[in-house]
Design a protein around this ligand. Sequence first.
Ligand code: ADP
Ligand code: MG
Length: 288
Amino acid sequence: AIPLVVAISTAVSAQNGLLIRNRTAFEESRKISVLLFDKTGTLTKGDFGVTRIQSVDKSYSDQEILRLASALEQSSEHPIAVGILKKVKDEKITIPQLQKFNAITGKGVEASVEGKDIKVVSPGYLRDEKISIPEDAFSDAAETVVFVLVEGKLAGYIALADEIRPESAEAIKIFKKNNIKVLMATGDNEKTAKAVSDKLGLDGYFAEVLPHKKVEIVKELQSKGEFVAMTGDGVNDAPALAQANVGIAVGSGTDVAAETADIILVNSNPQDIANLILFGKATYQKMI
Ligand code: ADP
Ligand code: MG
């Protein structure tokens, strides 16, 4: 039989934006000592808008940078892709065809467009390839910047901005009050990660994290005696969600992440996790 407290908590949770897949997760939520959040779509809205387009190689116009990028982004589901395609629609640009699309895990996308090899990639990719990054690319720390390469050469870049969710700050206050450390792991660049972390007063962050590294971060925290809850959305997050003591898949994510997780955060809202923890503590206190 399902213990009454679990049955009640499951019903209450459903009304509060949580689906509890693993019955012990509710009881375990009381023990959480570290919460490791992903950034995009959880602490932030995940709703990117293009703020700047800049050609670097002057044989390309700003519009051409956007057009080339759009060819690749039509095959991607990343929130960055959604932001770029919104801009292309506003500008009424015709999106070119692409061939040989390939996702470069944690770093970007590439394909052949009009016979040329095009990439849209992170600053980390440029560093790896020893391509120098224009100084003005990071004029605003809160922006996420992706670079457009044509035949391996930097043609330009596109800056996008996302917003912090209004609910994040309130949730973090509750975690801190309950002695839970709040950390963030993101594939985004160092400056953007720091800006979000500073603004929310997080206890720390990991930037430019490649997807397979998340499981190592979780293990490392656990080896220090932490009881780790982690949020994730992608297929690549599944191993880390499984490793975490409490794995939380965000609602907008993939099925694979959801199948691995203990809890599904239906509205991707951090405040729902805060409520879960408070409710868990209150329930079990009453029982003792
Ligand atoms: P996160 O989920 O934290 O954004 P990802 O691993 O999905 O981390 O992406 C890491 C970085 O790789 C992004 O910040 C971006 O620079 C680059 N990237 C990933 N997908 C795309 C894409 N479709 N278009 C452009 N850049 C991308
Ligand atoms: Mg991701």
